[in-house]
Every structure is written in C-alpha cells, then in structure tokens.
Write a protein that binds this ligand. Structure first.
Ligand code: G3P
Length: 478
C-alpha cells in the first residue's frame, strides 16, 4: 500500500514482507493520520546482523570522521525542521512552536555530542604499577574507551525526535551501531529524523529503524541476543524490560512524580509561574512535569490564587494554533486522567476549575486539598492536572516526596539559600531545582532518577560514558 511508511534497514527504506500496516491516530481529530509497516521477526534479525557487521567497521572509522557525519545529520535536521515539526503536531499534538523547538534542540544535541565525543574519547590513561604494594616499575597500563556494540534505542511519544537523538548521537560518536524502535505515536517524525542520518551518509546497516507491534515482537526485540546496551525512556514497561535484559548495560528513564515544595518565604509569583510552566507545558506530558505541589499552609491560599489566575489565561485547543493545552496523546490516556480526577473529586478534593473534556482534550485543572488516600497523590497523570497538598512543616513535604516510588526531579521555592540546600540534601531525587521548575535541559547536564524513575544517568557526557567500556592494554617491560 503506497500510503504506508517504510522501515529503515541496510541503508534503505523498505516495505515489510508482512504486508501488514498499523495506524497512527491524530490525537486532535482522533482519526487515522499515518500508516506504518509491521516488521517481521526475520526483518528484525536481519537488522541486528547488519548492525553488528556495520559496527565493527564503524568503530575503526576515525573519530573526527564520525563527528563530521554527525554534524552533517544535525545540519540536515535543522534544514528540515518544519517538515518534521509538522509530523509532531499531527502525531502527538505538540504545539507547533514547541515542535520546531524540539527539532532544533535535537540538532544542537547532535552537534554538542559530536564535540563532546571528540573531547572524551580522545583521552586515555597510562598507569604505572609501583603504587600498589609489592610491585616494581616494570609495566605500563594503557586504557581508553571502546564501544559496546549494538545499542537498542527506545524513545517515548513525548519527544519522539529529541529522545531518539539523545540515544543515537552518543551511541554513534562512541563507535556503536543503533537499532531504533520509535514510539507508535511519533514514528513518522522519528522516521523523518532517520532520513537526515541517511542523507548524512552513515554506512549502511549502522542505523536501523524498526516499526513493530509491541504486543507481538516487543519481547523478542528487547531480549535479542545481538543487543549490547538498551537505552529506554518511557513508562512502566521499562521495568519489565530491565527484569528480562540479562547482562546488558541499561540506561532507563521511566517517569516521575516531581514535587514542587513551596516554603513560606518563597517568591510566590515566581513559584506560580513555574508551577504553570512545569505542570502544563505539553499538557503535563513530560517526565519532569510538576506532578504535585506541596505548599506550606501559611502561603497556600495566596499561591493557589496566583496559580488560578494563570490557569484562566491558558489557551485550550488544537496544536496547529499553538494552544497552551492541546489534546493528550490517546483516548486511553485521557480516560486514565479522567479516572484520577473523578477519584479525587469523589474522595473530597476541591477542583478549582470545572472538569471539562472533549475527545482527548482536557481543560487544565488545579486539584486542591489532596490527601494521601487519593490516587492523584501517587500516580503520574501525564495530563494537564496538578494536585496540591498543604503541608505544615518542611519535613512533611520532604517526607512526602521521598515516599513516592518515583525519584526523578523535584524543586523547592524559597528565598533562603540555606533552607533550599537543606531541602535539596534531604530530597531523594536525581536532581533538585532551586527556584525553578524541574527540567532535563540543558542537555549536557546529568539527568537521572532514583527508585522506579530509572537506572543510570543521561545527559550528553554521561551517555557517551555509558555507551562505552574501558579497555586496557598492559605492556610488560623486560
Ligand atoms: O524524559 C524526559 C522528558 O519527559 C522531560 O524532558 O526536557 O521536558 O524536561 P524535558
């Protein structure tokens, strides 16, 4: 069928022999927008064979040439930003301007990774032995970093382009091959991004993009014996992948329940602005979104009032016209969010805005007087709803934050730097932001979560380290 997008393997766009296709639904119109190939197990196996072969040769390509190819891909991505952004608008309903920003950010990510790779990978170490008891100065240990082999990259729907390149670029600069499994919603944007790598002239087989039905081939993909590393961003399915992975290094980012603690001496205008930005950007569909506000009860009324004024100003509508709040990715996601709102309402929470939903579009809501027995206190909505819990002490806020099964980021608002640092020290999360909403970027900052939020650390430098291994050669002197 001529309308179905092909998959990418052997440096070519291919039609699957399965003859089957699956659909990408536009979250705004809720009708089929694109069709994707359903790849077979044989096509997948072939991809991994080709990746392994291509990787061996790629590891020997000079580092400066690998960097040059990445810079080319970045330039092509920037040139094609509008076409790719258009796919994001239609597939995941990301607001038009933010979609362009995602593509440009991705190109910048690739450029920076190429440069950082040059810096990190050009350095090695030389150790002498006689610092360890019983040794003479009779040998030298030379060590440097080598690639892992084949990296499986699984990005999520909320950044189909950016969270693909944040896995692909570090893998490639380090001399690895990559097999990418794009998210169903966002596949077409990701395939367009892959075309930029294709045009940049990477060797055939080094990069592949597979589109599969996860229910049928997901397990076979993530447990494939040819895989040497998995870099995954997404939901709880990551836990199952980690349990089955075996002796393979993992980089996992599985979501969060980022808390925003607002102390009684905070700049409340600043806190309110960050709660809006942190909670409602991309309609709350970010791992790092503010997912619970813990406000000291002495300032909570004032804070809620300020946030409510700003909620009223948010535009709600389609992504094409840059609405602040756009439809969430799927009907099942909207149903899940609705379930959390209804549960809180039924258990006595106060909804400051009327609950309103049309299709996948949910109007933003601040849910106040939230208590621990409500699902919204602990679950990750991935939608435009923010719960507020009033706290009496700082310790209560920290303890709440640390009781979550997630531990991605958190933030604290206060004008007292000492209190901020004490809270930061006590919060068991991968990052704490002082006086700003949680965020992953700038993309070279370390990005990691504790507990169910993940394994390993991301950010450009950490990803290059993670996708390489130390190799030593010991010269024994006569
Ligand atoms: O997985 C990370 C993503 O959901 C958050 O990224 O850049 O919006 O903070 P960012």
């Amino acid at each position: 069928d001529g309308d179905t997008f092909k998959y990418y393997a052997d440096g070519q766009w291919k039609r699957s022999t399965s003859g089957n296709s699956m659909t990408v639904i536009n979250p705004t119109s809720r009708s089929t927008y694109y069709k994707l190939s359903v790849c077979t197990k044989e096509e997948m196996d072939h991809m991994f064979d080709a990746a392994r072969e291509a990787q061996r040769a790629w590891a020997r390509v000079p580092l400066w040439r690998r960097a040059e190819a990445l810079h080319k891909a970045a330039a092509l991505l920037k040139q094609n930003k509008d076409v790719i952004a258009e796919c994001l608008v239609k597939e995941v309903a990301k607001p038009a301007k933010d979609s362009v920003t995602e593509v440009v950010r991705s190109a910048d990510f690739i450029d920076y990774t190429a440069e950082e790779g040059i810096r990190i990978l050009s350095e090695g170490k030389c150790l002498v032995p006689d610092s360890f008891p019983g040794n003479e100065r009779n040998k030298l240990c030379l060590s440097s970093r080598i690639p892992l082999g084949v990296v499986l990259a699984i990005p999520p729907f909320n950044y189909p382009v950016n969270l693909s390149v944040s896995k692909i670029a570090p893998a490639l600069i380090a001399g690895n091959a990559v097999v990418v499994k794009p998210p169903m919603q966002g596949s077409v944007a990701a395939l367009h991004m892959i075309q930029c790598f294709h045009l940049a002239g990477f060797p055939k087989g080094l990069i592949s993009a597979i589109t599969i039905k996860v229910a049928d081939l997901g397990d076979a993909l993530t447990t494939h014996p040819a895989i040497n590393c998995i870099s995954f961003t997404g939901g709880d399915s990551g836990i199952a992948i980690a349990k089955r992975a075996g002796m393979v290094p993992l980089q996992m980012e599985l979501g969060g329940k980022d808390a925003c603690i607002v102390l009684d001496d905070a700049d409340l205008d600043l806190a309110a602005a960050n709660i809006i930005k942190g909670g409602f950007s991309f309609s709350g569909q970010r791992c790092t979104a503010v997912k619970i506000v813990l406000a000291m009860d002495t300032i909570a009324n004032k804070l809620v009032e300020k946030v409510n004024v700003k909620v009223a100003r948010l535009s709600v509508g389609p992504p094409e016209v840059d609405s602040d709040i756009t439809p969430v990715v799927s009907e099942s996601s909207a149903d899940f969010i609705e379930g959390l709102v209804m549960d809180a309402r039924q258990k006595g929470a106060k909804l400051w805005q009327e609950y309103r939903r049309e299709g996948n579009l949910i109007w933003p809501i601040l849910i106040d007087n939230v208590r621990p027995d409500m699902r919204i206190t602990w679950e990750e909505p991935f939608g435009p709803i923010i719960p507020v819990i009033r706290i009496r002490t700082i310790e209560e806020g920290v303890q709440h934050c640390n009781s979550s099964r997630y531990g991605l980021q958190g933030c604290v608002f206060t004008n007292n730097i000492h209190r901020a640092l004490i809270v930061s020290d006590a919060m068991e999360t991968g990052t704490v932001q002082i006086n700003s909403a949680p965020a992953r970027g700038p993309d070279h900052f370390p990005f990691q979560g504790l507990r169910d939020s993940g394994i390993g650390s991301q950010g450009i430098t950490n990803s290059i380290h993670m996708m390489t291994k130390v190799k030593s050669t010991v010269i024994n002197l006569p």
